[in-house]
Design a protein around this ligand. Structure first.
Ligand code: MN
Ligand code: MN
Length: 469
């Protein structure tokens, strides 16, 4: 040590976060750029968890994955997937070594904050027909007024047939919208707090603004605008108002994913949280189909509302599948779980220079500084967190470094500023080593979220290294 200069010593001892611009070769920057284009197609095709499942099934099919039934025979090299109630998906490949050494599990969620329609959504007021909504997940309500909204979802008819609805995405489609006050009349609203100025019951979406007509004249009935809307819906989809009681329809931001900024480093779009982690995991698994390790991808629903229900990560399906595969290959399910390892991938809050007060910069993820590892999440005194043991953090750190992955650590923000959790704790409770990791996001949960292409690409590389490691 005494032979080193201070500069040499500081290089040896001090941690210095690096950015992709310092670390990536030109070819890697180009790879990240190309990868981002494919990701954008996935994101635009996956605005709801159902759409993400459909898109993923198509991709898996192209790689020879087959539907799996619980209890089926399983052999090394097999590629299977299970779709759970059209809303979540588990895919796995059995490696050359089988499952005695456990699965490498990659988990993410494919639901995103949005505005669901209520079960009796449609009402008419002063010549305009609206949809009542019930927001899904943590939204900042003011962000959803005066933006273009698209309608996505399914309506289950009597007898079970599903009608798929998508309006507002194609060229020439109409879009939908929630109105807001003009500034000239917003004096009272402006005096309210941000949280109080916009209410859940105020998030009503314009659907129709003209009456049903008979002989070219407005019909002589009550609620003629609502009748006009229902008549349009019946002509187009064959649905009636009562069919909406068994529907899952939602409004999401309309439009496509786009590059942000002159240099095109950043990608703006709806639902990066957490489709950016789902896609990077999926492509990592598809890159490692013929390896030694068995790999499982879990794309969960309901994370944004607490992971409850049969399609959420608190459901048992992932464990049931692991147990059944273990039995089918002559392994002890408990031992297979104990030998398994998981990266629980969910987006991190990227440090936002416009709001420095809520972040503690040294422990925040920075844009374009790589995929972000979070030893713990939670809130306050680390409540409701997985808090991964140092040993497994160390193991993953070695895997990432050996593969040359650009990575950093992340906390959500200042200790007392708020907090949030992930699905990690619902996996680690089964005696599976689990670490939180994900892509840093600016404006998380907003209708238009921003990530860096280089962080997206780093996430993909991290997951791929984990599949091999
Ligand atoms: Mn998330
Ligand atoms: Mn979220």
């Amino acid at each position: 040590m005494e032979n080193l200069t201070a500069k040499e010593l500081s290089e040896k001892l001090l941690y210095k976060k690096q950015s992709a611009f310092e670390r990536f070769e030109r070819s890697e920057l180009e790879n990240a750029d190309a990868y981002a284009k494919d990701y954008a197609v996935y994101l635009d095709s996956s605005k709801t968890e159902r759409e993400a499942v459909e898109y993923t099934v198509d991709m898996l099919g192209a790689y020879g994955f087959k539907p799996y039934t619980l209890g089926a025979d399983v052999y090394p090299g097999d590629r299977f997937y299970t779709v759970n109630r059209n809303k979540s998906l588990i895919a796995f490949v059995i490696g050359a070594r089988g499952v005695a050494d456990g699965f490498r599990i990659l988990a993410a969620h494919i639901d995103s904050p949005r505005l669901d329609l209520k079960q009796h959504p449609i009402y008419e007021d002063n010549g305009v027909c609206y949809a009542k909504t019930h927001y899904y997940g943590g939204i900042r309500k003011y962000q959803w007024a005066t933006i273009r909204l698209a309608l996505h979802g399914v309506v289950t008819l009597k007898g079970g047939e599903n009608i798929t609805v998508t309006v507002g995405e194609d060229e020439g489609d109409p879009v939908f919208c929630i109105s807001d006050l003009l500034p000239h009349l917003a004096k009272d609203q402006n005096a309210k707090t941000l949280g109080a100025a916009f209410t859940g019951e105020g998030l009503n979406v314009i659907l129709c603004a003209s009456p049903f007509t008979e002989d070219g004249r407005p019909a002589e009935v009550d609620d003629k605008v609502k009748l006009n809307l229902l008549s349009t819906l019946y002509d187009k989809y064959g649905i009636t108002e009562s069919d909406l009681m068994s529907a899952e329809l939602c409004f999401v931001p309309a439009g496509r994913t786009v590059d942000v900024g002159f240099d095109r480093t950043l990608i703006g779009g709806y639902g990066h949280d957490d489709k950016v982690c789902a896609y990077t995991e999926l492509t990592a698994m598809l890159e490692n189909l013929d390896g030694e390790n068995s790999i499982m991808c879990v794309f969960a629903d309901k994370e944004e509302t607490g992971s409850d229900g049969p399609t959420g990560m608190q459901g048992r399906l992932m464990i049931d599948i692991m147990d059944e595969v273990a039995r089918a290959t002559g392994c002890d399910p408990i031992a297979v779980r104990a030998a398994s390892k998981c990266l629980s991938a969910d987006v991190a809050a990227a440090f936002d220079p416009c709001y420095p007060d809520v972040y503690e910069k040294a422990n925040s993820a920075l844009l374009s500084c790589g995929v972000a590892v979070a030893k713990y999440t939670g809130s306050g005194g680390k409540y409701s967190t997985n808090d991964c043991p140092a040993e497994f953090v160390g193991e993953v750190r070695d895997v990432l470094d050996a593969a040359g992955v650009l990575w950093q650590t992340a906390e959500l923000g200042k200790v007392d500023a708020g907090g949030g959790g992930t699905v990690a704790k619902y996996i680690s409770r089964y005696n599976i080593d689990t670490l939180d990791i994900g892509v840093p996001v600016i404006s998380m949960h907003a209708p238009f979220e921003i990530v860096s292409k280089y962080d997206v690409y780093s996430a993909h590389k991290a997951f791929s290294a984990f599949c091999k490691g």
